[in-house]
Design a protein. Structure first.
Length: 206
């Protein structure tokens, strides 16, 4: 599957939000079939074995996407897939036999059609996000990660009667926007939030 790039006008912002909701919902509810990965264009694809002792799973693993120019560290018990649902990469939480959900983190890199500021881009994104069912913004703040300005947004909405909670961190660099989206159910959002924030803190955009 080729990486999809979106020009972020008010019209195509709807496509981006649909992408996030679709991928978030699919990964949350679990996939019964493997998601296709384009091996030829994939820089590195890994799935952490599920049959090794927990004490042998590394605390963190390193990930680098040379094509889209970013790297980070992620929890050792996560798996990831590249070039799926229009994202550079999607990281998923492990599931057990009794667990039917997969919290996930999606990173999308897209070109901007004009030089937006973070605040301008956030306001456009918020206007479109607010059209989602039962949308409620919980937090909006400007933060710094590795000397790079970023916008952090946390909000709730529903998809097919499932109560979801999102955390998005937006970065703008060299006429591209990098969108880091954490999706979970409303009930499990806090359980993974600390690890997700630690993961975001290691993000480096080259």
């Amino acid at each position: 599957m080729l990486l999809l790039f979106y020009r972020f006008t008010r019209h195509t912002m709807k496509n981006f939000l649909s992408l996030i909701l679709l991928a978030g919902s699919i990964f949350l509810l679990g996939c019964t079939k493997p998601v296709p990965v384009d091996i030829e264009t994939s820089t590195w694809t890994n799935t952490t074995p599920t049959n090794i002792p927990e004490e042998n799973i590394p605390k963190r693993q390193s990930y680098e996407n040379k094509i889209d120019g970013f790297s980070l560290q992620f929890p050792g018990d996560r798996t990831f897939q590249e070039k799926v649902y229009g994202a550079s990469v999607v990281f998923s939480s492990p599931i057990t036999e009794t667990d039917k959900i997969k919290e996930n983190v999606m990173i999308v890199k897209s070109p901007l059609d004009k030089p937006y500021t973070l605040e301008e881009y956030y306001l456009i994104l918020k206007a479109e996000s607010a059209k989602q069912p039962n949308y409620v913004e919980i937090e909006s703040s400007t933060i710094k990660i590795n000397d790079l300005d970023a916008k952090k947004i946390i909000y709730k909405s529903t998809s097919n009667s499932t109560k979801l909670q999102f955390q998005q961190v937006l970065f703008i660099k060299d006429d591209f926007v990098y969108t880091f989206t954490y999706t979970a159910t409303e009930a499990t959002f806090a359980e993974y939030a600390q690890k997700i924030n630690e993961m975001i803190a290691t993000l480096e955009i080259k």
